[in-house]
Design a protein. Structure first.
Length: 132
């Protein structure tokens, strides 16, 4: 007999950047379960301030969960996705895209082309890859 635990969940897929500007250094990495998904937040210091990479595999995750209110500016074709450029009410620039089931938001004081360079450097991984 088989135990029926419901439908199998797809694995949690996260995307980790392999590029940041040369004068940057990591501040903090948080990974945790939020509801049925995984949430990741990576804080990186750059000369101009702080870059935040926020991701969620939750189906109901929104950009507002990461940044608060924002205004769309347009679309930018990237290596992994078509990214949506925007800015917050505090004039923080951001890019966001849903790659498969994962919502990725990259925000900070860098020019949009530099945020896109970070986005294009992302490589697929899973939450298990981050367990130390």
């Amino acid at each position: 007999p088989f135990l029926d635990a419901g439908p199998l969940r797809a694995p949690d897929i996260l995307y980790l950047p392999t590029y940041f500007p040369s004068d940057s250094h990591p501040i903090e990495l948080r990974v945790g379960r939020k509801g049925p998904g995984i949430e990741l937040e990576m804080l990186v210091a750059v000369r101009e301030g702080q870059v935040v990479v926020w991701e969620s595999t939750g189906a109901s995750a929104t950009v507002e969960d990461a940044t608060g209110p924002y205004e769309e500016e347009g679309d930018i074709k990237g290596a992994l996705a078509t990214w949506h450029s925007a800015h917050t009410s505090h004039d923080v620039r951001l890019l966001h895209a849903r790659i498969g089931q994962t919502l990725v938001v990259i925000s900070g004081p860098l020019p949009i082309d530099e945020l896109l360079r970070i986005a294009d450097s992302m490589r697929q991984g899973s939450s298990r890859d981050l367990i130390i």
